[in-house]
Design a protein around this ligand. Structure first.
Ligand code: UTP
Length: 461
């Protein structure tokens, strides 16, 4: 693309300000900027700009929602469901979707969040923890269980390189596929692009809902069909407790002939930032925490329990056919007022101390209202959810490590092992069990001696 072509395209969309430092750029900077402008879908930028109201961004109102129907957690242990899930796993009908394209800004870790060292003793990273669980399943079921990892342009190379350097943590080369999600520019309140360097327009990943377009563009949907995959287990990179491709969950989804299934748990308190499971006009949906009114967050129903009690932690099963159909539809856009770095008049990059621009994202759970059949099922939070979001405090590496050790302590105790604990119930010694050593509680029996007592750090690998 030449300068004249870029200028004409930008002018047609009222965005010629993106070239305002042109005269100051060297040849490399000019090439970089023109290439980026050539890539940005300016029709889409104009569509996003039209979503901004004069007040900024008006969040959607959700006046017409009711709590969703939620099945009890017993369904996940139901023998027929577990059998149906195991059959699907053995037959190679299950694939795994891992979304890892986020920026992890709250954690503040240099590099993809999946590379964060987390395991209490070995320091295994989030990627390794997930990959070893999948490897354990591949071995247990003698099937491929292909893993599809969504990255973003910012972390794709580092992610692929990390997996390769570690021999994909034992996963066969043909069973791991990376694909890159799209990026969207941010806009000022008056709909203008922001430059975060004189030769660069600020862009960020288009949200985990970007997975649909990204899977389609990459040919991953075709790859799944070729392999005979019908069910996709979906999860986020930051949750080390996740029970990947839990057979009871897959089987429940399958036996209910669902398009989409959602694991939900009771919110800890009204202000907890989980999206809640709701129904609207006979359709299921998840409404983001920030889009609920205070009255909705605090409303109580029978027995004084929260009315909108059940939150989603982004653990899903989707039917492949349904997700493919969803590609043809356009997911709604969510808008957030954020701090976005920008160039001042002199071309210096400024990190603002308050929100100055709007970012746009798509969310995967917005497929739910299109689904004919949705299953919401309650799961035990302490067993399956402890995310790494923040550097310190709640939902941090410390809390995730603590919850990993508590989970393993419970498993050991179920096998008759004594685990000394402190006053808070935290094991006195560090505990880590490699997923390939014992994927589930039943596998641990026979591998540890009942009556044994944990006397120091315990690594079972
Ligand atoms: P979060 O919403 O927690 O965002 O993502 P984040 O980017 O990881 O962290 P912050 O908000 O910047 O601190 C939840 C999951 O969705 C993925 C993330 O990688 C994480 O697994 N995600 C998020 C994407 O894959 N792409 C996105 O555009 C956004």
């Amino acid at each position: 693309m030449t300068y004249d072509e870029a200028l004409a395209r930008l002018k047609a969309h009222g965005q010629e300000g993106a070239l305002r430092f042109w005269n100051k750029l060297d040849a490399e900077g000019r090439r970089r900027l023109l290439a980026q402008i050539g890539r940005i879908d300016l029709d889409n930028v104009s569509r996003l700009a039209r979503l901004l109201t004069p007040r900024g961004s008006a969040g959607p109102a959700h006046a017409d929602i009711a709590p969703a129907t939620v099945l009890p957690g017993l369904e996940l242990a139901d023998a027929a469901n577990v059998r149906a899930g195991r059959d699907a796993l053995r037959a190679g009908r299950v694939g795994v979707l891992l979304v890892a394209g986020g920026q992890g800004s709250r954690l503040g870790f240099e590099g993809p969040k999946g590379m964060f060292p987390l395991a209490p003793i070995t320091g295994a990273t989030l990627f390794e923890i997930h990959a070893r669980k999948i490897l354990a399943l591949q071995r247990a079921y003698g099937a491929d269980l292909p893993l599809y990892v969504m990255t973003s342009r910012a972390n794709d190379a580092a992610t692929r390189d990390f997996f390769e350097r570690h021999g994909r943590f034992g996963l066969p080369a043909g069973a791991v596929r990376f694909f890159v999600q799209g990026m969207w520019p941010a806009l000022t309140a008056d709909g203008q692009l922001l430059l975060d360097a004189p030769d660069h327009v600020f862009e960020s990943p288009d949200g985990h809902g970007g997975i649909l377009d990204a899977l389609e563009a990459d040919g991953s949907f075709d790859d799944m069909s070729r392999r005979g995959v019908e069910f996709l287990f979906y999860f986020q990179v930051d949750n080390p407790l996740v029970e990947i491709a839990d057979p009871g969950f897959i089987g429940l989804h399958r036996r209910r002939e669902a398009d989409a299934s959602v694991k939900v748990c009771a919110k800890k308190h009204p202000a907890e930032g989980l999206g809640v499971a709701v129904e609207r006009g006979g359709r299921n949906a998840i409404v983001e925490y920030s889009e609920l009114t205070d009255a909705q967050k605090e409303a109580t129903g029978s027995g004084g329990r929260l009315l909108f009690l059940y939150g989603s932690v982004a653990i899903h099963v989707f039917s492949l056919d349904f997700l493919r159909q969803e590609c043809a539809r356009r997911l709604p856009v969510h808008i957030a007022h954020k701090k976005v770095p920008y160039c001042d008049a002199g071309g210096q990059t400024v990190a603002p101390d308050r929100p100055n621009a709007f970012k746009f994202e798509k969310f995967i759970f917005d497929v739910l209202p299109d689904a004919e059949r949705v299953v919401n099922v309650e799961f035990a939070r302490e067993e399956e959810f402890s995310p790494v979001k923040n550097a310190r405090g709640d939902d941090s590496p410390d809390t995730a490590r603590r919850d990993m050790m508590r989970k393993q302590a419970r498993r050991l105790e179920q096998c008759g092992v004594t685990v000394p604990r402190d006053a808070q119930g935290l094991p006195r010694h560090r505990i880590e069990i490699d997923p390939c050593f014992a994927p589930g509680p039943a596998d641990l029996r026979g591998k540890v001696k009942p009556g044994m007592r944990v006397e120091g750090d315990l690594l079972l690998a």
